[in-house]
Design a protein. Structure first.
Length: 226
């Protein structure tokens, strides 16, 4: 079991590396490129159009707005004459999606072959493909993977060193409490960081000490004899 836990720790460790070495920098650079993009010139080449903002006009085929329950769906089906038809996903219904009617003409802003903004009736709404400055949550998810890896490695190492007396490094209650605490710390730090717009590196800077304190506070103490 100790060897198995250590081997399992490699999975979240790899995910942590991917989050900080590739996912976070990729999303950060993509957002910066999007913010720096300018409208396409009139005679732009195909290569230039990949990184500039082009404007297209489409006709609404239908919209789907489903809120509540376990999942929510916000999407619009658009068509360009008879040559193209596609679905644009959104994170919420307003202010454009909720006003759209079948047959209505809309203006779409396209960047790198994705519809990033839809405009109609003087309103604009970002699609789910629009890059966002939310890399704080990338850091939070990477930190969560790091916590899982560290816990699995520590519990596995204790079982190898002391195979007959590895308590309290067991699932119940210490292991389960640590997993819950890891999720609470990561989302408790990551979400406010996104809302306030503070730099992404503050997430691990605040989350690591918070998790260290949680590990100490949750550590089971032996009951004192009367």
């Amino acid at each position: 079991m100790g060897v198995l836990l250590i081997l399992l720790a490699l999975i979240p460790a790899v995910l942590c590396y991917i989050a900080f070495a590739w996912w976070l920098p990729s999303d950060r650079d993509r957002y910066r490129d999007y913010r720096a993009a300018e409208p396409c010139p009139a005679r732009a080449t195909a290569q230039v159009r990949k990184d500039c903002l082009s404007t297209w006009h489409f006709t609404v085929v239908k919209t789907v707005i489903k809120s509540g329950g376990r999942t929510s769906t916000y999407k619009a089906t658009l068509k360009d004459g008879d040559s193209w038809q596609g679905v644009v996903d959104f994170g919420d219904p307003g202010p454009v999606l909720e006003r759209l009617k079948p047959g209505e003409r809309v203006t779409a802003t396209i960047w790198r072959r994705d519809i990033v903004v839809l405009s109609a009736g003087g309103f604009r709404q970002n699609s789910s493909e629009a890059p966002r400055d939310e890399i704080q949550m990338n850091a939070a998810m990477g930190m969560l993977a790091a916590f899982f890896a560290a816990q699995a490695f520590a519990f596995g190492a204790v079982r190898l060193v002391s195979p007959r007396a590895y308590a309290p490094f067991t699932w119940d209650p210490y292991g389960g409490r640590l997993l819950i605490a890891s999720a609470v710390v990561c989302f408790g730090v990551g979400l406010p960081a996104v809302w306030t717009g503070i730099p992404w590196w503050t997430v691990p800077a605040l989350g690591l000490p918070a998790m260290a304190c949680a590990a100490v506070l949750l550590y089971p103490r032996p009951l004192r004899k009367p």
